[in-house]
Every structure is written in C-alpha cells, then in structure tokens.
Design a protein around this ligand. Structure first.
Ligand SMILES: Cc1cc2nc3c(=O)[nH]c(=O)nc-3n(C[C@H](O)[C@H](O)[C@H](O)COP(=O)(O)OP(=O)(O)OC[C@H]3O[C@@H](n4cnc5c(N)ncnc54)[C@H](O)[C@@H]3O)c2cc1C
Ligand code: FES
Length: 272
C-alpha cells in the first residue's frame, strides 16, 4: 500500500450521475486485485476532510479505472477533476475476492457492479482459461431501481457472460428485485454446487444473496460497504458484526473492520 499522486487520464460521465475515472499508476496496475479498493482525496482543501473509498472497476496496463456515482460532496468534487490533473490516492487497500475457476455467479446491485467487472475480466483472462481454451461460465445478475442505473451489462457480455437484469420500476427486465430472479434461477436450473457466488451492492441485497447461497449450498463472497475514515483498520470506524467460531451459533458476537478484514468476506461469516 502506498500514498501516491496519480495523473488522471480520463474522468467522463457515462450516464447521468455516473462517472468513469482512469488514473495512471503502474504500481496500482501491478499490485491491486479485484475487490480491493483505494482511498481518494477529493479536494485540495480540508473539506471534505476524509478520503472516500472507491473500488477498482478495471485494472489497466498502466493504471486503474474507477466507476463512481455522485451521491454527495466528495463524489461531486471528484466529478469536476480534469484529465492531466493529479489526484492523491492511497492503495491498494483491503482484501479482495478469492478467485476461483469454478463456474461463477456475479450479483450486483446498482453501483455495486463496479468491482465485479474487474473480477469478471480476471476470471475471463486467467492463464488457465487461455491455456485450456475454456469459455468462462459466468452468469451475471444486475439489479437497479431503473433502466439508466443498469450499468456495465455490455462489458460482461463482451467477456462471454450471460447477463440477466431486473429493475424495481420494470423499465428494463422483469419488475422487482434481482434477488427474487436469482432465487428462481438457481432453484430452477440446479446450478452446480461447486460454483461460487460473488456479490456487491446494498446490505439488504447482500443479506438476501447470502440466504439464497446458503439454501442452494453454494459458497458466496460479499463485498461490504461501510462509511470509512482511515481505511486501514486503525480508527475502528467501519465495524461489521461477524459470527464467532462457536459453530457459528452467534453466542458471542465479534466485530471485524470492513476496511482491513474486508471489504470482501465469506457470506456465512457475517452476522446478518
Ligand atoms: C470498500 C468500498 C468501495 C466502494 N466502492 C465504490 C465504487 O466503486 N463506486 C462508488 O460510486 N462508490 C463506492 N463506494 C461508496 C463511496 O465510498 C461513497 O459513495 C462515497 O464515499 C460518498 O462520498 P460523498 O462525499 O460523495 O458522499 P457523502 O456526502 O459522504 O454521503 C452522501 C450520502 O451517501 C451515503 N454514503 C456515503 N458513503 C457511504 C457508504 N460507504 N456506504 C453507504 N452509504 C454511504 C451517506 O450516508 C449519505 O447519505 C465504496 C465504499 C466502500 C466502503
Ligand atoms: S475506516 Fe478506520 S478502521 Fe476501517
């Protein structure tokens, strides 16, 4: 992990309120793993004081790409930055996805799709896949409130993945929650139990995915979001309750830090 000043290569609005930023850093390109994140300084001044955590959306040859949604002051300031400017970044941070070459199911809610693209690219271009010329078996489920917030579907399709979408207002795909669709899908086609589910999105969605994964007996990794300050496990500001090892009976709750111990956890570890 390093603090570095990286040159912005691109900062472009993709759809209203959602931006892609590419930054140049050979160090991050070499070191960062899908599911890890960086802490970004959004302003040259003290407001906002805290850095903002952003996941790695794609790993480039000479840097990384981030996909972010404007939700408040920090991300708004970020959107005004221009190519050529330098940006202060700390990373890579946290523990990323454990990558396996079993069939995979990716589940994204809204902007939670961001780190799953880096993961899908890693799975699709892994040495084993190329050496054995196996087509990756990747099923991707993307849910959002409305059509415009369904992001990256084409990126996954280009990698050979099958993509299913659902929106809460019914403007694209079936109307409803993507987790309902996922549940029907997994129970209907009896997805192999040696698969792996990876999910990122709002906590309610992750909780539902964890329950479905448990029912179907498919291992599942979730990328959690918490508000963060230090990003390195020092301030104890991003706790998540986990089950103890006492046969996971939750007799003694323990806490882990999302920034240091996560953001990716095994779903069965979390005391939802
Ligand atoms: C490990 C990690 C990776 C992330 N990756 C991405 C990413 O790739 N793309 C992306 O767009 N966002 C990502 N986020 C969320 C992002 O960090 C927040 O949206 C950002 O910090 C908001 O800053 P702001 O100043 O714009 O908003 P603020 O003014 O700080 O907050 C605006 C609103 O957003 C809510 N909010 C802020 N931060 C969070 C959070 N972490 N979780 C839930 N609600 C929050 C606040 O409660 C408030 O309602 C990630 C968060 C974490 C912890
Ligand atoms: S943000 Fe400080 S401990 Fe996680």
């Amino acid at each position: 992990m390093r603090q570095l000043k990286a040159r912005i290569l691109l900062n472009k609005e993709m759809v209203k309120g959602f931006y892609k930023m590419q930054i140049e850093s050979l160090y991050l390109a070499r070191k960062i793993r899908p599911g890890q994140f960086v802490e970004v300084r959004c302003s040259e001044h003290t407001d906002p004081f805290l850095r903002r955590p952003l996941g790695c959306h794609r790993i480039l040859k000479n840097g990384i790409e981030m996909l972010y949604e404007i939700v408040g002051k920090g991300t708004e300031l970020l959107s005004h930055k221009r190519p050529g400017e330098a940006i202060d970044i700390i990373g890579p941070l946290g523990n990323g996805f454990t990558i396996d070459h079993r069939p995979v199911v990716l589940v994204a809610g809204g902007i939670g799709v961001a780190p799953l693209v880096a993961l899908a690219e890693r799975l699709a271009f892994s040495v084993e896949r190329i050496a054995y010329r196996k087509k990756p078996k990747i099923d991707v489920f993307i849910g959002a409130c409305k059509k415009d917030h369904i992001l990256c579907a084409n990126d996954f399709k280009k990698l050979g993945a099958s993509v299913y979408v659902a929106t809460e207002d019914g403007s694209k795909g079936p109307k409803g929650l993507i987790t309902d669709f996922l549940e029907d899908f997994l129970s209907a086609i009896r997805y192999p139990q040696n698969a792996m589910i990876y999910a990122c999105g709002p906590t309610g969605m992750l909780k539902a995915v964890a329950r479905i994964a448990e029912t179907e007996r498919i291992p599942c990794q979730v990328s959690l979001e918490e508000r963060m300050a230090c990003g390195v496990g020092v301030c104890l500001g991003c706790p998540v309750k986990v089950k103890t090892n006492d046969e996971r009976r939750m007799t003694n709750d323990e806490y882990k830090m999302v920034c240091k111990d996560g953001p990716v956890f095994n779903a069965e570890e979390i005391a939802w």
